[in-house]
Design a protein around this ligand. Structure first.
Ligand code: ATR
Length: 296
């Protein structure tokens, strides 16, 4: 993980932002703005719109303008990784970066998404025993897009013995095989029509698809096969309580929403640019929930 030591030494308040295409709905400025205020820092964090064609020029422009760095979101995470001069193992293992730090004319890249995911899981567990139990059983994952990579990496790090991945397009699962190679985690590809059956004996179900997101079709899956100690995680956070989480809660299963991952992945970025490790507080969580509700 990158630390405050990498913070830029440019004179004046540190500047950072989020690079995306589109970037209008990003909550990152709200999160970093809250921390800047809390820590009485003069820095800034803004939305930075960059098309795929312009991505490299925009990044170089930010570096020349004295920015401390930037976060990177869809669709630029692979391009950010490819552009970096120095790559942290958190990014190289996924071939994707969500954090850029500019230091002495070089671009440093890292990926904090997996860290954010594990922290949110930790927060969602009542005690460490239940968390250990979730992670000691096979985990079921829905989706094999960009968002699934960091989650797979995190679950491998957490020592999960088996990952059962189901995706509408089977070939995409095979392309993720490298993430488990040489690890203790066995990857099993499951046809989309068998997604409910794969939940048998699993400690975790994680949705990494876009299904259930506002404006998208809902996720249709029976949770009957999940053991009663299992946790259901949705990385979608708009809406905060997806229909998947609603059904899971009704069945008495533990649930973890996607907001925790968003908040926790932001903290190491803030530390890298502004030199202070911020806290994910209930007040910050509420601030983002209020914003999500206003905009929905
Ligand atoms: P990314 O940019 O992260 O790769 P994406 O390609 O839009 O995002 O897809 C995210 C995930 O949601 C993928 O796993 C995708 O399944 P496919 O790989 O088959 O495209 C899944 N997804 C999106 N819409 C879906 C739908 N209607 N039914 C099933 N899965 C869906």
């Amino acid at each position: 993980m990158m630390s405050g030591k990498l913070a830029n030494s440019v004179q004046g308040p540190a500047k950072a932002g989020i690079l995306g295409w589109p970037v209008t709905h990003s909550r990152s400025p709200l999160i970093h703005g809250y921390w800047l205020k809390m820590h009485n820092l003069e820095g800034s964090y803004e939305k930075l719109l960059a098309s795929p064609e312009d991505f490299q020029d925009v990044v170089m422009g930010l570096m020349e303008a004295g920015y401390a760095g930037a976060n990177v979101t869809v669709p630029h995470k692979e391009a950010a990784y490819a552009l970096a001069d120095v790559v942290d193992p958190s990014a190289s293992r996924l071939s994707a970066a969500n954090l850029l730090v500019f230091k002495e004319g070089e671009i440093h890249a890292a990926n904090t998404d997996g860290y954010g995911f594990l922290q949110s899981l930790h927060e969602g567990a009542e005690d460490t025993n239940i968390e250990k139990k979730w992670l000691s059983k096979p985990a079921a994952l829905l989706g094999a897009g960009g968002a699934s990579r960091a989650i797979i990496g995190a679950l491998v790090d957490a020592g999960v013995p088996e990952l059962r991945i189901s995706n509408r397009t089977m070939e995409k699962i095979e392309s993720l095989g490298f993430l488990c190679e040489g690890t203790q985690t066995k990857m099993t590809a499951v046809p989309w029509n068998d997604r409910a059956a794969m939940l048998d004996g699993c400690g975790l179900l994680v949705n990494t698809t876009t299904l259930g997101m506002s404006g998208q079709p809902s996720l249709d899956i029976s949770l009957d096969k999940l053991p009663d100690f299992a946790a259901v995680v949705d990385i979608v956070y708009a809406p905060l309580e997806t229909s998947l989480l609603k059904v899971a809660a009704q069945k008495g299963l533990r649930t973890v929403d996607g907001l925790g991952m968003l908040l926790h992945q932001a903290a190491p970025s803030f530390a890298a640019w502004f030199g202070v490790t911020p806290e994910v507080t209930p007040e910050l969580r509420q601030l983002v929930i209020n914003n999500l509700e206003e905009k929905s």
